[in-house]
Design a protein around this ligand. Structure first.
Ligand SMILES: CC(=O)SCCNC(=O)CCNC(=O)[C@H](O)C(C)(C)COP(=O)(O)OP(=O)(O)OC[C@H]1O[C@@H](n2cnc3c(N)ncnc32)[C@H](O)[C@@H]1OP(=O)(O)O
Ligand SMILES: O=C([O-])CC(=O)C(=O)O
Length: 375
């Protein structure tokens, strides 16, 4: 393992609390959810099993999984007042702002009155987020008021069904399930920490998740998958990809989808989504996006020893499935709500308000001058 000096800006390397939910980078590149390795989970479970694990502590039995999926299926409908709000959001709005507003509006309509409701509120958000984003997208872009209650067993397949108006292929359902597993939980990342800070004031679940959505929106965090797509979409071939990136590095530009605050050698989620991207490229019959992505990965490692994070190969994978770029980060929300909510519950179970101190670097004490004497 390559040790990185952790400290200084961005609270890097400082423990900000305890969690039993996940470990990140423990052996340089590892990721576990409640003790299970991400590779094991991605190979042997579906997303609803992982959501259940994160939220309820253990992997479900078949009977528990059946009940859980049935419950989530029953929570996909949106109240008319929420649909009315979504219909008023313009087509050129940022879809992450739609998610933020959708979550906040649901908080007005289905308030968390007591923390005993936290699991039901979370399941509702998990079930409703694909409906919220697809209802807005299809209405604002296609003028269609979609029925958000499908009979799909799985959240990923349900999302693709709402978006495209037809059931997805098995391959696409598999990729979505795997992708949602990869994005579900990641310790004290910026958006999760936002949720925990909000939770520490004893605020409600909708406020915690709404704040987290705002933090995930930025290109240094969840927004990187969209930025990566914008980077690769015009690259003609691997040679063009390497020339473009070399120029960007020479100009000291940041390359979205590379690097990580905690991992030092690799992001274990990358190998998994990269493999799906290769399969999708095969099915699509045009591997340009996959090939230029591989060229970017090689160049970044050779030049800067920087590796792809979870976001980079998500760009080509989502694109191959016909998902518009601006919906990439909202999908992240549809998954990460599990991690956020589990952290909110963990914070509530052993709470002290999060309130660090600051090192003051401002003016020395001074007196207020009468306004006529200032300037
Ligand atoms: C799911 C997720 O949220 S994963 C993260 C998604 N975000 C991105 O992909 C955005 C691009 N990446 C980045 O901005 C950063 O790598 C972050 C925000 C993820 C981590 O930031 P930090 O912990 O500050 O990075 P780190 O300390 O490892 O940076 C070391 C050096 O590499 C550079 N570097 C890091 N990432 C990149 C990059 N993607 N492109 C170019 N240079 C980079 C830094 O500028 C820094 O250079 P310096 O020492 O000359 O200042
Ligand atoms: O952990 C981080 O800083 C960012 C990240 O990869 C995630 O939230 O999935």
């Amino acid at each position: 393992m390559v040790d990185k000096k952790l400290g200084g800006a961005g609270l890097r390397g400082q423990s900000a609390g305890e969690t039993a939910l996940s470990t990140v980078g423990k052996s340089g590149s590892g990721l576990t959810y409640r003790g299970y390795d991400i590779k094991d989970l991605a190979a042997n479970t579906r997303f609803e099993e992982v959501a259940y694990l994160i939220l309820y502590g253990e992997l479900p039995t078949q009977a528990q999984l059946d009940d859980y999926r049935l419950k989530l299926k029953g929570l996909r409908g949106l109240p008319q007042a929420l649909k009315d709000v979504l219909e008023r959001i313009p087509a050129d709005a940022h879809p992450m702002d739609v998610m933020r507003t959708g979550c906040s509006m649901l908080g007005n309509l289905e308030m968390e009155n007591d923390f005993s409701e936290q699991s039901d509120i979370t399941d509702r958000l998990l079930a409703a987020f694909p409906s919220i984003i697809c209802y807005w997208y299809r209405f604002s872009h296609d003028g269609v008021r979609i029925e958000t209650e499908t009979d799909d067993q799985e959240i990923g397949a349900h999302f693709l069904h709402l978006l495209h108006g037809k059931k997805p292929s098995q391959l696409h359902a598999d990729v979505m399930s795997s992708s949602l597993i990869l994005y579900a939980e990641h310790e004290f990342n910026a958006s999760t920490f936002t949720a925990r800070v909000c939770a520490s004031t004893l605020s409600d679940m909708h406020s915690c998740v709404t704040g987290a959505i705002g933090s995930l929106r930025g290109p240094l965090h969840g927004g990187a998958n969209e930025a990566a797509m914008e980077l690769i979409q015009d690259m003609k071939d691997p040679v063009d990809a390497k020339t473009t990136l070399k120029g960007m590095l020479d100009r000291k530009e940041k390359i979205m989808g590379f690097g990580h605050a905690i991992y030092r050698e690799s992001d274990p989620r990358n190998a998994i989504i990269k493999e799906w991207s290769a399969k999708l490229a095969d099915e699509f019959g045009d591997s340009r996006l996959y090939d230029v992505s591989v060229a970017c990965e090689e160049l970044m490692w050779d030049e800067k020893k920087l590796f792809c994070n979870a976001d980079f190969f998500h760009a080509s994978a989502y694109h191959y499935m016909g998902i518009p770029t601006k919906l990439f980060t909202p999908i992240f929300v549809c998954s990460r709500v599990t991690g956020w909510a589990a952290h909110v519950m963990e914070q509530r179970a052993n709470n002290r308000i999060i309130r660090p101190s600051a090192d003051y670097v401002g003016e020395e004490p001074r007196e207020v001058m009468p306004i006529a004497e200032r300037g």
